[in-house]
Design a protein around this ligand. Structure first.
Ligand SMILES: NC(=O)c1ccc[n+]([C@@H]2O[C@H](COP(=O)([O-])OP(=O)(O)OC[C@H]3O[C@@H](n4cnc5c(N)ncnc54)[C@H](OP(=O)(O)O)[C@@H]3O)[C@@H](O)[C@H]2O)c1
Length: 276
């Protein structure tokens, strides 16, 4: 399927985690495409409403905690009631990180990350896949992370959830191709947002340049959804970290367990923290 066909068929697009950061930037980016109707999903209704009112296209809001058991059915019911059950683009973006070593956070911290960054994505996609298939050609974009390719100290639980997401994403890509549902994935590096402020990196001239902006990720999400691309790192050079992990595992391990690597583990918005 060519990019032109996808763009021409841009219709109902649902963005999770649309109240701030990358999700908000994505909603703004998508709203510029002719024919777009947006569905904004996150927990903070007021932020969603403010955003919806500022957009140039029709946008409806659903305030829901995606980790709740009934969340997928509530989202589906909203699409059926407000958008005739159509869904051309699903952006699985909502996510968070809580930093801590395994000795500190234990299995509970791993579970907390999995519930939001993996289980909630899988459950929502299961509920919406019939609508995406019926609306095909359509697309899903999963927002993973470079941390889903390379793991650092104190980010193990977050990385585990994103590694899981990437494995599942690649399989879904192969399975849904024949159904006309394109599955794309975006892997951001450090991006300045509410949940991932990257303050430590932005404070130093030496590291400031590694921090990117949500609008750049939004453009990549557009490219991996309506644009039909399979995968994008943002910024692109972060792909080198993933390549090094496979081709130079000893060197990568040495660098990531050395003292300099601690400067790459930034505080996050989640309590008790993690990193992008
Ligand atoms: N920024 C980075 O450096 C970076 C790097 C790699 C990957 N990522 C990924 O990018 C995605 C977006 O993150 P961001 O950087 O834009 O952070 P953000 O500004 O903190 O946005 C996270 C979004 O997820 C929503 N959310 C959190 N928990 C939720 C829940 N239980 N139910 C429903 N919505 C929930 C939040 O809204 P409410 O609080 O209103 O619910 C918010 O809209 C995440 O998947 C993250 O892992 C970010």
């Amino acid at each position: 399927m060519t990019e032109v066909e996808y763009v021409a068929l841009m219709g109902v697009a649902l963005v999770t985690g649309a109240s701030t950061g990358i999700g908000k930037a994505t909603a703004i980016r998508l709203s510029r495409e002719p024919g777009t109707e947006l569905v904004l999903v996150a927990r903070r209704e007021e932020l969603l409403r403010e955003l919806a009112e500022s957009l140039p296209c029709r946008a409806t809001c659903l305030a829901v905690d995606l980790t709740y058991d009934d969340a997928p059915q509530r989202v589906r019911a909203h699409l059926e009631a407000e958008h005739g059950g159509s869904l051309h683009l699903l952006v699985n973006n909502a996510g968070a990180a809580w930093r801590g070593s395994f000795a500190e956070g234990g299995a509970a911290n791993v579970q907390r990350h999995m519930e939001l960054n993996f289980d909630a994505v899988v459950r929502l996609t299961e509920a919406l896949l019939p609508l995406l298939r019926a609306s095909a050609p359509s697309a899903i974009v999963n927002v993973a992370s470079t941390a889903g390719r390379v793991s650092r100290a104190r980010t193990g639980a977050y990385s585990a959830s994103k590694f899981a997401l990437i494995g599942w994403n690649d399989s879904l890509y192969a399975e849904e191709k024949a159904e006309g549902v394109h599955v794309g994935m975006v892997l951001p590096g450090f991006v300045r947002t509410e949940g991932f402020p990257a303050t430590e990196l932005r404070e130093k001239a030496l590291t400031r340049w590694v921090v990117s902006e949500p609008e750049k990720v939004a453009e990549a999400i557009y490219g991996c959804g309506p644009g039909g691309k399979a995968e994008r790192y943002v910024p692109r050079p972060y792909a080198l970290a993933a390549i090094a992990r496979i081709l130079l595992p000893r060197l990568t391990r040495r660098v990531l367990s050395g003292g300099a690597a601690s400067s790459l583990t930034t505080s996050t918005g989640g309590q008790g923290p993690a990193s992008g």
